[in-house]
Design a protein around this ligand. Structure first.
Ligand code: NAD
Ligand code: MG
Length: 389
């Protein structure tokens, strides 16, 4: 009995981000069930300090080393351990003292600490989709060997995961990932060519970190999610389908072999999939606003515009090709999105950079982990040169 009531100790990697801060809201709501063991942040030291003083974790990591002294001094009167730098992320991921890692770092930077936690057999609440895009085969194989459960936090994958509860013996015919279409749904290249950063950062349905918001505008986010889904649910590329659903009420669907389709629905709010992952297999009572069908006389669905949003085609190619292709796509995209956010390249250039990088970097059919790191580095260098960064 005692064990069933013990609190789950959560390590939030990327606690100052959009997912990280919403996860802390969830933990604040269920203090009898969840507690914070580790918090990590790259740059926002003031927010990290405030979070640490409120939630009293065992340890915090500040990525930027020059901020270490400030964080250390601010927490000097507590017994919270303070670490800094990239390697510290793996060191704290290696701690025995937490139960669930919430992987909420953005981008490739999340891979190493997440893989460390997986190799320790920890439960992972996975928001950081790039971990699976880059090295999905190695991450999933390790998870299987070490019996590390990976519970998706990405809303589409959480939806699919929820649809699959109780269906373990029933093969999936296909999954249907829904996409809002982002702020530029229906627009054509002659419009997109002039799009600026601030416009692309306005997402109609979700408030998220900058990188994923741009990925949603270019539809690369859906491309990354196709690859994420392949690894999470052990699918063949042809079993992953995308449909545009502008209202973001159906978060995704599973079609079984009898033709029956299950969908998971709700108002778009990331706290729901975060909470589901942290509390799994229980569903906790919540007071979030409820869906009222009368306010949605129609839910719409349409085919994505592959001609305009070519990232979807590039991601499909990477999905089909396998090997290090998705790693290359991801690296080029990360650096191109960064350049776009700095107003260094145009909106359509993001896709051009990804495409050229995919053509240029050597393909490896079955990469080792080191080869994934090398491909990531090569792709970043090539893309940076292309953009004259
Ligand atoms: P964000 O930019 O808001 O936050 C990112 C967090 O990672 C911050 O805490 C930051 O300090 C940390 N970080 C950034 N760079 C780092 C580095 N190099 N090393 C270590 N830490 C670093 O991002 P987000 O929107 O919260 O997204 C986080 C992840 O979750 C992404 O992979 C994203 O695709 C995924 N995700 C987010 C949402 C959402 O609604 N925000 C939805 C689905 C999936
Ligand atoms: Mg998503």
């Amino acid at each position: 009995m005692a064990e069933a009531h013990a609190k789950k100790r959560i390590a939030i990697f990327g606690s100052t981000g959009s997912i990280g801060t919403q996860a802390l809201e969830v933990i604040r709501t269920y203090p009898d069930l969840l507690e914070v063991e580790i918090l990590t942040a790259q740059t926002k030291e003031d927010l990290l300090i405030a979070q640490a003083l409120e939630f009293r974790p065992n340890a915090v990591v500040i990525g930027e080393e020059k901020k270490y002294e400030k964080v250390k001094a601010a927490l000097a009167s507590t017994d919270i351990k303070v670490f800094c730098g990239e390697e510290a992320l793996e060191e704290v991921a290696d701690f025995d003292t937490y139960d669930i890692m919430l992987a909420a770092i953005v981008g490739f930077a999340g891979l190493k600490p997440t893989l460390k936690a997986v190799s320790k057999g920890k439960m992972i609440a996975l928001a950081n989709k790039e971990t699976l895009v880059v090295a999905g085969d190695i991450v999933m194989k390790t998870a299987l060997e070490k019996r590390a459960p990976i519970i998706p936090v990405d809303s589409e994958h959480s939806a699919i995961f929820q649809c699959l509860v109780g269906e373990s013996r029933n093969p999936i015919e296909k999954i249907i990932l829904t996409a809002s279409g982002g702020p530029f749904l229906g627009k054509k290249p002659n419009f997109l060519v002039n799009v600026k950063r601030d416009h692309a950062l306005q997402h109609p349905n979700w408030s998220m970190g900058a990188k994923i918001t741009i990925d949603s505008a270019t539809l690369m986010n859906k491309g990354l999610e196709m690859i994420e889904a392949k690894w999470l649910f052990n699918l063949e590329p042809h079993q992953v389908e995308v449909v545009i659903h502008p209202q973001s009420i159906i978060h995704s669907m599973v079609q079984f072999e009898d033709g029956s389709i299950k969908a998971q629905m709700g108002l778009p709010d990331m706290k729901l999939p975060i909470q589901y992952a942290l509390c799994f297999p229980e569903r906790m009572k919540s007071s979030y606003p409820r869906m009222n069908f009368r306010k949605y006389p129609a839910l719409n669905f349409e085919e994505p515009d592959y001609k305009t949003f070519r990232n979807l085609g590039l991601a499909t190619e990477a999905l089909q090709k396998g090997g290090n292709m998705a790693c290359i796509l991801n690296a080029a995209n990360e650096i191109a999105v960064w350049a776009f956010l700095k107003n260094r390249i145009g909106f359509l250039d993001i896709t051009a950079v990804v495409e050229k990088t995919m053509q240029q970097i050597s393909f490896i059919e079955k990469p080792t982990l080191q080869e994934y790191f090398d491909s990531d580095g090569e792709a970043r260098n090539f893309a940076a040169n292309l953009m004259k960064l």
